[in-house]
Design a protein around this ligand. Structure first.
Ligand code: ATR
Length: 289
């Protein structure tokens, strides 16, 4: 990397940011696409978000990713917001425009592109979604938007599932989400489902924890997507596979959310072969850590 007087800066704001893989994605992309750009993580202290975004703009920073815990709070710091991000209520990418930043949510488009690259479709599918937190809520919006047939939303706390269902159904203009308590999973009608695991259960270092362990539940699943990528294979994925389904972790979602952000910042389209090189680099990074 040759940093000079014309090098543009992009970065990540969040807390903590030490373990982020985003610099691997963006600095590799800059090298492969020949953009004079560098990407660095910025740790933002509680209460410092407004100053951080204003300062970034003053410093001519081209774009920022936003991670936990600022994905909702950052909305107040924007000049403009993309429609999907507004619907979801979470922003993970800021793009420099005249007068301020425009906010996008590339997490969801990233998940969608990851699914497409694995040959998994949402339109017309019967879907089981596990969780009703920030991540799962966004997935529910994505699935409704992309034409899911029905979404069974399972969550430990029924109230939260109910709130997400109401919000998504209102936005979609149809009764697409049915909320259920996690323990009521047997109420899901017999059939073959695409299942998306959007809770934090099974995230390292709690690799052995799994959201549900009844094989009867997993027998209904033809494809399982876990949003977690650390560990590489979660208990949820193992159970899906042991019952004959295909299972994927969240690393491709991470890859594509980064690629879409990079495309927005640099106004280009990243070819699939380039995406695959970055993916291999991410995997190598993973194997080393
Ligand atoms: P995120 O923004 O990453 O989605 P979150 O908003 O804290 O994080 O949501 C975490 C999700 O994991 C929720 O759906 C939570 O269920 P509750 O709404 O009942 O809290 C779910 N979750 C976390 N720990 C869990 C556990 N031990 N068993 C079942 N669900 C769990």
């Amino acid at each position: 990397m040759d940093i000079n007087g014309k090098t543009r800066t992009c970065g990540l704001i969040g807390r903590p940011v030490e373990h982020t893989l985003s610099p691997v994605i963006h600095n590799t992309l800059a090298g492969l696409t020949g953009h004079d750009m560098v990407y660095v993580p910025f740790d933002v202290e509680p209460g410092g978000l407004q100053d951080a975004v204003r300062g970034a703009y003053a410093l001519q920073i081209l774009g920022l990713n936003v991670t936990v815990p600022y994905k909702s709070e950052v909305i107040d710091c924007l000049q403009e917001i993309d429609m999907l991000a507004q619907k979801i209520g979470a922003v993970n990418t800021l793009v420099r425009t005249a007068g301020g930043y425009k906010g996008y949510n590339t997490d969801m488009e990233g998940l969608y592109r990851a699914m497409i690259s694995e040959g998994v479709r949402i339109a017309g599918e019967q879907i089981i979604l596990l969780g009703a937190g920030g991540a799962a809520r966004a997935v529910a919006h994505l699935c409704a938007l992309k034409g899911a047939g029905k979404i069974y939303l399972l969550n430990r706390t029924l109230d939260r599932a109910g709130q997400v269902a109401e919000e998504v159904n209102r936005a979609a203009g149809r009764e697409v989400v049915r909320p259920l308590r996690l323990t009521e999973y047997h109420e899901i009608p017999a059939g073959r489902y695409l299942a998306i695991q959007g809770t934090s259960v099974g995230l390292a270092p709690h690799d052995d924890e799994v959201i549900l362990s009844d094989k009867a539940f997993y027998e209904k699943i033809h494809t399982g997507f876990d949003l977690i990528y650390n560990p590489w294979e979660t208990g949820f994925m193992r159970l899906v596979k042991s019952c004959g389904g295909r299972a994927y972790n969240g690393l491709k979602m991470l890859l594509y959310q980064g690629i879409i952000a990079y495309e927005l910042w640099n106004d280009i389209s990243v070819p699939e072969e380039t995406a695959q090189i970055v993916y291999r680099k991410l995997m190598a990074h993973f194997e080393r850590s």
